[in-house]
Design a protein around this ligand. Structure first.
Ligand SMILES: Nc1nc2c(c(=O)[nH]1)N[C@H]1C(S)=C(S)[C@@H](COP(=O)(O)O)O[C@H]1N2
Ligand SMILES: [Mo]
Length: 377
């Protein structure tokens, strides 16, 4: 009479059978980390609900990394715990492991609504820091023990099955977490699909002042302030702060990539009206001439600090140059005398302290660099 193995042993045996060959684990980890960094970075530019699959992919990949890392650690643990086997590359391995654990831990803590803040650095910002550090670390780590993948490591059907199961399990784990968060009513429960947590209330005091890296200008004198509207318009004009307070109101959601969002009533002037005040846009050539390089296509908003962002012209017309929030005049920190309100765009695109509005024909690639370094001397 044979005894049946215990459930735990059978489960472990099943997991072992599911475990890919070592080289496949290594390459998958590398691919998952790269994909994780890519989905994370791209998600920063997404503000519309249709972009949800990107955020789910990021989460599922994250849970997948936990599993891959567990397999890898089980295999290499002696190299780490036995001083006799330490090499120079071991330090790099440990550093890579710490960055991975840091990114995973902060990501998981954020999902459960933990809200630790150091000035405007949220746990989500720390998560991003670990994630960005991980990319060069993983790349360097991979070169110290580079082995080309072999066909046998990635036998087609099994590999496809494993990846599907891994990602599905990741998605299921995330779904399960939502249930737990809802049941316990944690701060993680009312995060937006972007992962951002709500900041309630109305007006200047209701939400944090967030500047990307180093933008921190002196307050702008309201009486001296002029907004220049130029570029491909018929009659470039300069407007005063009082002229911008035209009383047009719109409710819009500001969602910052550092992990918070707020819904406010913004007041000011529609950008379309602003362009009309400058005589309307100047069409390039005749109507029949087809697209020319002088056709108005974008509106660029530039801050007194040089920070800038552009919107396609049709979207820009419906955007607001705001002088007020929640019925109050905008405070300096929130961009007085005027800031861009760009619904469905992420917070970093809502340029504060706007002094220049230009209609342009070309896409402004430089804005990606300028928003990162603006204010750094
Ligand atoms: N000129 C300028 N505009 C800026 C920024 C900046 O650093 N400089 N930060 C952006 C970021 S990252 C966000 S989230 C919003 C935050 O707006 P708030 O400070 O009013 O909350 O402003 C955006 N506009
Ligand atoms: Mo932001």
């Amino acid at each position: 009479m044979g005894t049946r193995p215990a459930l735990g042993d059978r489960l472990r045996a099943a997991l072992d059978r599911f475990e890919p060959p070592p080289r496949a684990v290594d390459w998958s980890l590398f691919a998952f980390v790269v994909a994780e960094a890519a989905t994370g970075l791209v998600s920063f530019t997404v503000g519309v609900p249709e972009g949800w699959p990107l955020f789910w992919l990021h989460r599922a990949l994250g849970v997948g990394i936990v599993t891959l890392l567990a397999w890898k650690l089980a295999r290499v643990r002696r190299q780490l715990t036995d001083p006799g086997r330490w090499r120079r590359s071991t330090a790099l391995s440990v550093l890579t492991l710490l960055a991975a654990l840091g990114a995973l831990a902060t990501g998981i803590a954020w999902v459960f609504g933990l809200d630790v803040r150091i000035s405007y650095w949220t746990l989500l910002s720390v998560h991003v820091g670990f994630g960005l550090a991980l990319v060069p670390l993983v790349a360097a780590h991979a070169t110290t023990r580079f082995r080309l993948p072999r066909r046998v490591d990635f036998e087609r059907r099994r590999t496809a099955l494993r990846y599907t199961v891994l990602l599905a399990a990741g998605g299921a784990a995330y779904r399960l977490q939502q249930g737990v968060n809802d049941a316990l009513d944690t701060a993680g429960a009312d995060r937006r699909f972007t992962g951002s947590q709500p900041r309630g209330g109305e007006g200047n005091a209701a939400f944090p002042i967030t500047s990307w890296v180093a933008d921190d200008p002196d307050p702008i004198d309201r009486d001296d302030y002029r907004l220049r509207v130029g570029g491909l318009v018929r009659d470039p004009v300069e407007l005063t702060a009082a002229e911008l307070a035209a009383g047009h109101e719109t409710e819009a959601l500001l969602d910052c990539t550092s992990g918070w969002y707020t819904v406010q009533e913004w007041g000011g002037i529609r950008v379309g009206d602003l362009l009309d005040a400058a005589g309307g846009v100047e069409s390039g050539a005749g109507i029949d001439a087809g697209p020319t390089d002088r056709d108005p296509a974008y509106v660029r908003f530039t801050s007194v600090t040089g920070y800038r962002w552009s919107l396609p012209i049709d979207e820009a017309r419906d955007a607001l140059l705001a002088t007020h929030v929640g019925g109050e005049r905008l405070s300096h920190g929130h961009g007085a005398p005027a800031r861009l309100v760009a619904p469905d765009r992420r917070g970093f695109q809502w340029v504060k302290w706007v002094t220049r509005v230009e209609v342009r024909s070309e896409y402004d690639l430089g804005q990606w660099v300028v928003t990162l370094v603006s204010g750094v001397e």
